[in-house]
Design a protein around this ligand. Structure first.
Ligand code: ZN
Ligand code: ZN
Length: 245
């Protein structure tokens, strides 16, 4: 499988950047994971038509992870009527907050299905499972497995047992890294670079990618703080870069 980074900023973009969005591709499937502001245009530059998408998974309903769903639904709903989009796209998301979940739909753009912690999605040989993270709205970390390979996406979370558990032995761990340790306050709902490094070490992660970067940070400082706590392969998730797993 292959993951392409559509945006790596959070909770708002740096100039020329986009917020959370990741395209997961296998031989026969294309799945969009999160759809933050700025990601739709980049997605279309890769797949050409939204007919190519098999599903969309929203890890949680914060704006930096869903903003472009609100315009993608116009592309889908209107072009379904014109006949150029030939299907409704399955959209999986937690139903929290309820009013945001309901607002995602436009005409017949999506086939909406509520994500639960016990949900299991399969697409060919890919199996996707979910774990509840610690964040102000219901938020799921994703584990994607295919032919013995494991890709994990933390979504947004503060430090918790769940994020340590899902990272365990992952071949690729795409982890939010929104803070430098010096800026982390006790009730922060995001991880510091130090914490991400410690999680990756404890979980024996093979390759670590940092995402959901605070736009004002010096990226090298963030990377260095992580490297002080993780001696393995780590880099910033580069926008429009693809990573094979
Ligand atoms: Zn976020
Ligand atoms: Zn969030």
């Amino acid at each position: 499988m292959k993951i392409t980074i559509l945006g790596n900023s959070g909770p708002y973009p740096r100039a020329g950047s986009a917020c959370s969005g990741y395209l997961l591709e296998t031989k026969n499937h294309k799945i969009l994971i999160d759809c933050g502001n700025g990601t739709l245009s980049r997605l279309l530059s890769i797949i050409g038509s939204l007919n190519e998408l098999d599903a969309i998974i929203l890890s949680h309903l914060h704006s930096d992870h869903i903003s472009d769903i609100m315009v993608m639904r116009y592309a889908l709903g209107i072009n379904q009527e014109k006949g150029t989009i030939t299907k409704s796209i399955p959209l999986y998301a937690p139903r929290d907050p309820e009013d945001t979940y309901v607002k995602l739909q436009f005409k017949n753009a999506f086939i909406q299905e509520e994500l639960m912690e016990h949900s299991i999605l399969t697409f060919g040989d890919i199996r996707i499972t979910f774990k509840l993270m610690s964040h102000p709205v219901r938020t799921y970390g994703l584990t994607v497995e295919e032919n013995g390979k494991k890709f994990v996406y933390s979504s947004d979370t503060k430090y918790c047992d769940a994020v340590n558990e899902i990272a365990e032995n992952s071949d690729l761990f795409l982890c939010e890294c929104n803070l430098l340790e010096r800026d982390r306050i006790e009730d922060a709902y995001h991880l510091s670079a130090k914490q991400v490094g410690e999680i990756a070490t404890n979980a024996r992660v093979k390759k670590l990618l940092l995402t959901h970067i605070w736009p004002e940070y010096d990226i090298d400082e963030l990377l260095n703080e992580t490297r002080n706590h993780f001696s393995g392969d780590v880099e910033i998730a580069a926008e429009l870069e693809s990573y094979e797993i």
